[in-house]
Write a protein of this length. Structure first.
Lengths: 169, 365
């Protein structure tokens, strides 16, 4: 979504920006929840004050997503292969719908992700969970990514020029 | 006369028991866990995911365990399992330019932004058996960590040539159009690049490697340079129907190879470099490189080159890459062909008898 789509005649702009921000915020927490390992999600879930009553719109279900690549990296799409994904949809008594889409075949991860997605949409629980759940999970993921990247960086080649007759002493 | 026979049920059941025992090996030796396979046989897992065409390290590890480490049998198991799952969505194309790079080298440019990052590679090892690994209980090895991480994203090396206009542009001009899917569409020829790339991506590593080798040995006129080889994590996004906006469902490891080939030009195009592309799940570098060479060879017709060699013949290549199909056909010859063989036997006997009758007559004449 580009900002060009929301740049308009002024009146609806604030509302549209609000929607856009909400979508962006949700995209962010869903991406964090999708990457969280089972143990971290269980720990978070165990720490919740209470899990609101909910019913499944779609009980956790394992399926496949066809992953596409692009010819030459930036050209037309082609089908690379599939990956396993588990999804879940549930609804709180107040009507809030939570969705979980996580890589792999762990139904429990998808369920906890969906519950947290619903809680994060509820104004009452959102600020607290953003602080206590999403921020630490995101920090752990950033730390793992940073460590991986720094290990790779340690293998970066430093070239030096060999000069004829200039042997190191 | 054809006589239907039944039997072998007990033999088959007992062979299942026997293979289970063989698979387990000596019970005094601890059993392999799936985590051991995913952690310590990762490259085998990656190959099974890639050619099995399902990214799921745990399933690939299970398949390898069940197949006693036979990768092609494991690939077959994964392909079979895949058919039991519904397809939830098709992802947006992954953006390899945004990869969290763990390895990235170029044979064409020494100094490019981000530099040469060797990552976890066997390239510069001495290929001497390390007997220290035979002794269990070694101290846990630890990698060095640089003071700062690599840049968040690294500019694709080919963009350097592209900015100068010296390499053909890779244009995405078919957005929204259907993409060929070998799991749903029957093979058709001449094959589009989408069909070719998917077929090569899931194709047998050995076969694709052999074809790639042939193109560089005079059966394809290939003079390639690795413009860039990169490995790392990319995020996968889908647009769930119930949301209508893209969400990120996790990271997968992929290996990408951008092969540069010279092109002398044609009536429409000036001399420039052309591209061959390889992409694989996991860290399957040999496969990604081989794929990029065969992709380039198969592009001969669109570049106005003569198709003279096996690797340039799309029907030949694409019909024979799939190791599950190839194994199915080649190994079915060991199944009972008793009746066919009886018929052939009768025929050979008849021909012999015929010959024996004709030859004495000829000798008498």
């Amino acid at each position: 979504m580009t900002s060009g789509q929301t740049a308009g005649n002024g009146v609806g702009q604030t509302a549209q920006h609000g929607t856009k921000d909400r979508v962006e915020a949700r995209r962010f927490w869903m991406s964090v929840l999708a990457r969280a390992p089972r143990e971290e999600l269980e720990a978070v879930f165990a720490g919740l004050a209470a899990c609101p009553e909910h019913r499944f719109l779609r009980p956790p279900e394992i399926g496949l997503v066809m992953v596409q690549g692009r010819a030459g990296g930036g050209g037309n799409a082609f089908n690379l292969g599939e990956m396993t994904v588990t999804r879940c949809a549930l609804q709180f008594a107040d009507g809030t719908v939570g969705l979980g889409y996580v890589q792999g075949r762990d139904r429990r991860r998808a369920e906890i992700a969906a519950i947290l997605d619903a809680l994060l949409q509820s104004p009452g629980t959102h600020p607290d969970l953003e602080q206590t759940v999403i921020a630490p999970l995101a920090a752990a993921q950033a730390a793992r990514r940073d460590a991986r990247s720094r290990k790779a960086a340690s293998t970066k080649v430093e070239f030096f020029t060999m000069v004829r007759g200039d042997n190191p002493k | 006369m054809y006589v239907a026979v039944k039997g072998g049920e007990r033999a088959i059941l007992n062979s299942h028991k026997l293979v289970a025992e063989e698979r387990r090996g000596d019970p005094a030796v601890p059993e392999l866990g799936l985590a051991q396979i995913t952690e310590q046989f990762r490259l085998a897992v990656d190959r099974v995911m890639n050619e099995g065409s399902v990214y799921d390290p745990e399933l690939a590890a299970l398949a390898l365990k069940q197949a006693q480490g036979d990768s092609i049998e494991a690939i077959f198991l994964l392909r079979a399992y895949r058919t039991t799952l519904p397809r939830i969505a098709v992802s947006r194309p992954i953006e390899t330019a945004e990869m969290a790079v763990r390895r990235r080298v170029s044979a064409a440019y020494k100094d490019m932004p981000g530099g040469q990052v060797l990552g976890p590679t066997y390239d510069y090892t001495h290929r001497l058996l390390d007997f220290a690994l035979a002794a269990e209980g070694e101290t846990v090895p630890e990698a060095e960590q640089a003071a700062s991480p690599l840049p968040e994203t690294m500019l694709p090396v080919l963009d350097i040539l592209s900015h100068e206009g010296l390499i053909e542009e890779e244009v995405a001009d078919r957005e929204g159009e259907p993409v060929f899917d070998v799991t749903r569409d029957p093979m058709s020829f001449p094959a589009g690049r989408d069909q070719r790339l998917q077929n090569l991506a899931r194709g047998d590593e050995g076969f694709v490697l052999g074809l790639a080798y042939s193109t560089t040995r005079g059966y394809g006129g290939s003079h390639p340079f690795v413009g860039e080889l990169r490995m790392g994590e990319v995020s996968v996004e889908i647009v769930p129907e119930e949301l209508g906006f893209p969400i990120d469902i996790g990271d997968i490891t992929v290996t990408e190879c951008q092969m540069i080939n010279q092109f002398k030009g044609s009536a429409e195009k000036p001399p420039q470099f052309t591209r061959g592309y390889g992409l694989s799940f996991g860290h399957c570098e040999r496969k990604a490189m081989a794929m990029s060479l065969v992709d380039r060879a198969l592009r001969c017709k669109e570049l106005g080159e003569d198709a003279l060699y096996p690797a340039q013949d799309d029907e030949f290549v694409l019909s024979h890459t799939d190791n599950v199909e190839a194994v199915g056909f080649v190994t079915h010859f060991k199944l009972p062909h008793y009746v066919d063989f009886q018929a052939e036997l009768e025929l050979v006997r008849k021909m012999r008898a015929e010959q024996a009758r004709v030859e004495p007559q000829e000798a008498a004449e």
